[in-house]
Design a binder for this molecule. Structure first.
Ligand code: G
Ligand code: G
Ligand code: MN
Length: 428
């Protein structure tokens, strides 16, 4: 089927969707048949919004809905239920295979570009799928499980995922990690890796980002993505952060000396920003290790910053006024408004790797990178690009006016001794 896009029609909204869902449950109970519920999320839509503006983005959403409608059967129902999320109800579905085929059909329809104001845009999506009554007996359960399937699809980089009981295993694992994590703190099972950062213009070493690793006896190296969220939930993040800052400053003293003292950057999780004694904890560590304030950088993700602007701004301003560097991590991925930018309590922003990775192939990404650099310039902020994997990207960022480079192209995160050796040979 050839997709024909027509943006004149509008699509059902959230309230209409909930009504239809309840109605479908009642009617399918009566006829004893199944229906499928699909949640469809547009990938990287935030970036599209940022680069193209809301007007174009809204038109694209309309075209997208229209495309789905044109591919659907007449009795299928579609609604926009979130910023970049759609729901579909497909009545009288035979089984899971039948539902998957429908999802594949929708995904395949996206290989064709969308035309808007004379330009071609491509859209990618994830789809989560459940069946009624197999995967939930009421609207609430069904929706929760469809959300789970959707996040499963995103997590595994699959275009679609059916809800399965395996999805639930992630909940069970949380408990396991939590128990092990307590032992990890007691038995000092953490290690810091360091990834170098280099000044793009002078080529001189600028510093390194400290990245925590957990050496778990049974499971080997556990990535921070897995255990940091658990530690944030149960409060272990406080002793872990304390350990990280101290270890970073302690290990830094062994690094080869250079003209300009190197900086060490430590990742600080959201939860720490509401810790009343956080400033004292940082000051204490700097004092104990007799390290000057400019040699420490604290990285806060942009999403953490915007979650609670007033608290985080106050705290970060206090740290910054003492000469400690504040860096805004994963910049460009938070739902931030430009309004907060003029008072941003930072010295540096780190462009998220997702923009850097395909910068040379993707015009839109390059546009975002350039916009962020220009913005930073205006506010006297240093710009770090992370996730640089090759020389052309490295050179390209230099041309765009980026200050600092970090990424596999220079080096992967390394344990202390390996990092020291790397620095020695780099300086030569
Ligand atoms: O190397 P990589 O897999 O380390 O890091 C994955 C994620 O974990 C990154 O988002 C990074 O910011 C985060 N991370 C790494 N080390 C720490 C740490 O010591 N504390 C916190 N809060 N996050 C960390
Ligand atoms: O969120 P944060 O910026 O702290 O996360 C840093 C993460 O990026 C770590 O997991 C680190 O291992 C990873 N990383 C650093 N450089 C590169 C790179 O060039 N490519 C990829 N794929 N990952 C990188
Ligand atoms: Mn970071």
């Amino acid at each position: 089927m050839i997709a024909t896009d027509d943006s004149s029609q509008t699509v059902a909204d959230r309230p209409a969707f909930f009504l239809k869902l309840e109605e479908s449950i009642v009617s399918h109970k009566t006829c004893q048949k199944s229906f499928a519920l699909l949640l469809i999320n547009l990938k990287r839509f935030r970036r599209f919004n940022l680069s193209q503006g809301y007007l174009i983005a809204d038109q694209l959403l309309q075209l997208f809905a229209q495309r789905l409608t044109s591919m659907a059967r007449e009795q299928d129902f579609i609604a926009r239920v979130g910023n970049a999320e759609f729901a579909m109800i497909l009545p009288e579905i035979l089984n899971e295979g039948h539902a998957s085929l429908a999802a594949i059909k929708f995904i395949n329809s996206l290989t064709e570009a969308f035309s808007l104001s004379g330009e071609q845009f491509y859209v990618n999506a994830h789809i989560g799928i459940t069946l009624f009554p197999e995967h939930g007996l009421d609207a609430k359960e069904l929706l929760q499980n469809t959300e789970k399937a959707l996040s499963d699809a995103a997590l595994n980089s699959e275009s679609y995922a059916l809800y399965s009981t395996e999805t639930r295993h992630s909940d069970i694992q949380v408990w396991d990690i939590e128990k092990d994590l307590q032992r990890a703190i007691e038995q000092d099972q953490f290690e810091l890796y360091f990834q170098p950062q280099v000044n793009l213009k002078t080529g001189k070493l600028f510093g390194a980002e400290a990245l925590i690793r957990w050496k778990n006896g049974d499971k080997g190296f556990v990535r921070p993505d897995i255990f940091i969220p658990v530690a944030e939930d149960n409060g272990y993040i406080v002793p872990i952060t304390q350990w990280t800052i101290n270890a970073a400053l302690w290990l830094k003293k062994e690094w080869p000396q250079s003209q300009n003292p190197l900086k060490v950057a430590v990742n600080i999780s959201t939860r720490m920003l509401s810790q009343p004694d956080f400033v004292e904890m940082v000051q204490g560590a700097l004092r104990i290790h007799d390290t000057s304030h400019e040699e420490l950088t604290l990285e806060i993700t942009e999403s953490a910053l915007v979650e609670d602007l007033s608290t985080s701004f106050k705290l970060l301003n206090e740290l910054k006024s003492q000469g400690i560097n504040i860096s805004i991590d994963d910049f460009g991925t938070g739902y931030s408004s430009m309004a907060y930018f003029k008072n941003i309590p930072a010295n540096e922003i780190k462009i998220d790797q997702s923009f850097v990775r395909y910068m040379l192939e993707n015009q839109m990404d390059q546009h975002i990178v350039q916009t962020i650099i220009n913005l930073a310039r205006g506010f006297d902020l240093k710009v770090v690009a992370e996730g640089i994997e090759d020389q052309p990207t490295f050179d390209g960022l230099n041309l765009l006016g980026c200050d600092i480079a970090q990424g596999y192209h220079l080096a992967k995160p390394m344990p202390q001794q390996e990092f020291i050796n790397w620095v020695k040979s780099y300086n030569r």
